[in-house]
Design a protein. Structure first.
Length: 279
């Protein structure tokens, strides 16, 4: 998969032939074609057919092609139904890098992994999913965690949390779980497509929490997200300074760079920053 450097994931509804065609030109790290919330109930079967027709072309660019299937509790996923998600994608599975599983829990991940050999991106968007994110991330089929901000806040509202806005705790739990499994963590989308200030604020918080990338719902968001989650020029300059100082220092333990202690964890972080800067 494109992880761990998946910075931008662009959601595209499978029911729109026009959007699928435009997505071929998108600069996202991965395209997430959506069969779930982005597709009306009556349009599911037609959307599957459109995706099958478009899959090879969408996968032709040097990026990942992800498919968000319907939740495990939905009859739209079950491969036993000839027109359901898993049955419909069999002929194009070679072009799909990963399936995105909504409302992921340890049980639903295990169930889907037992029916499909494709890697999984676990979409954490319920209280149960957040609570068990560590176990979800540890499953060998899971290559990334993604946060479903809007669905999670909806569940909080159903439980009486009508004013819930701050989901930092849940997001941090997802980031930590993904890091523990050495997989990517994808932040939830910014719904305000025409508000660059809100996008910037969301990206700043999510990147600071440690998310490796972000789900985008419009191509106009891609450049800002790429910039926000990649290494900044200041970070790269600091990393080069650290690495150069270590190279010139005698073979001792910690050293000092600009008055700050530099030891092995700091050096490792600097090397990771440089590795992505130079990609």
């Amino acid at each position: 998969m494109t992880t761990p450097f998946t910075r931008t994931v662009l959601a595209v509804p499978a029911s729109s032939e026009r959007f699928l065609d435009k997505a071929r030109q998108a600069t996202a790290s991965a395209l997430m074609v959506d069969l779930e919330d982005g597709v009306a109930e009556a349009a599911k079967a037609a959307a599957r057919k459109l995706f099958v027709q478009a899959a090879e072309g969408l996968a032709a660019a040097p990026r990942g092609l992800w498919l968000r299937v319907n939740a495990a509790s939905s009859p739209h996923l079950d491969a036993d139904h000839l027109d359901a998600d898993l049955a419909a994608i069999e002929e194009v599975a070679e072009h799909i890098e990963a399936l995105v599983l909504p409302k992921a829990t340890p049980a639903t991940v295990e169930s889907l992994a037992g029916r499909c050999e494709l890697p999984l991106v676990a979409l954490i968007e319920t209280a149960e999913g957040v609570e068990h994110a560590w176990d979800v991330a540890a499953h060998p089929s899971v290559r990334a965690l993604m946060f479903g901000e809007l669905d999670y806040r909806s569940e909080l509202a159903r439980s009486g949390g009508l004013h819930a806005q701050d989901t930092t705790w849940a997001q941090a739990r997802i980031v930590n779980s993904a890091a523990g499994a050495a997989i990517a963590s994808i932040a939830g989308p910014t719904a305000a497509v025409a508000d660059p200030e809100q996008l910037h604020a969301d990206c700043t918080l999510q990147a600071a929490l440690g998310f490796t990338g972000k789900l985008c719902i419009h191509p106009a968001q891609l450049d800002a997200v790429t910039t926000a989650f990649g290494p900044t020029p200041d970070m790269a300059a600091w990393a080069r300074q650290v690495v150069d100082a270590v190279r010139e220092a005698p073979a001792t333990g910690a050293i000092t760079v600009d008055g700050a202690m530099v030891d092995r964890p700091v050096i490792d972080r600097a090397q990771h920053i440089l590795a992505e800067t130079d990609r």
